[in-house]
Design a protein around this ligand. Structure first.
Ligand SMILES: [Zn+2]
Length: 174
């Protein structure tokens, strides 16, 4: 049973984390991001844009036990979505919505790209922590969804993280 208070605290925690990481998403500087909690049938967090209205919807049940780091990973992924929405005009946004509903291939492409943006913005460790969390806690359907839509797998994220660390080590040596 989750009390209203628990949900309120969760909302506050997410909002605090969003305001902490949004500096790394400069295109969203003047964008208001609404935050909502709702039970989601598939997936655990969702970002939508309707005109100038950017809304992030989170499933409390699925994320209530996540650490700040695990939450930050998914929030960085969602802010990456918002940045690409921000670049679109209304027609491009409609096309996006249409394709997202009807083309699995399109969803795959979008979700992988979004993971890559989040990592490039510096949220590699957090994304990995998030995927490990989801692997531990997700329902069978959500796990299937993660796999079907080719979000970066734990293995792929680790590989990119390793490469990034090696590059950093070399840079600091030079
Ligand atoms: Zn996504």
């Amino acid at each position: 049973m989750n009390s209203q208070k628990e949900v309120e605290l969760f909302k506050r925690r997410c909002k605090r984390l969003i305001s902490k990481i949004r500096k790394d998403f400069p295109l969203l500087k003047n964008t208001t991001i609404n935050f909502k909690v709702k039970k989601l049938k598939s997936g655990s967090m969702m970002s939508t844009r309707i005109f100038c209205n950017y809304t992030l919807t989170a499933d409390f049940e699925k994320y209530k036990d996540a650490s700040d780091k695990e939450l930050t990973g998914v929030l960085a992924h969602e802010l990456s979505h918002f940045e690409s929405y921000w670049k679109k005009n209304i027609w491009e946004m409609l096309k996006f919505g249409f394709l997202y509903i009807f083309s699995d291939k399109f969803v795959k492409k979008v979700e992988r790209q979004t993971d890559i943006i989040a990592m490039k913005r510096g949220y590699r460790e957090e994304l990995l922590a998030n995927r490990l969390f989801l692997r531990r806690t997700s329902s069978k359907e959500d796990k299937k969804r993660l796999k079907k839509y080719h979000y970066l797998s734990v293995k792929e994220i680790k590989k990119r993280l390793k490469k990034f660390r090696e590059r950093n080590r070399n840079d600091s040596r030079n």
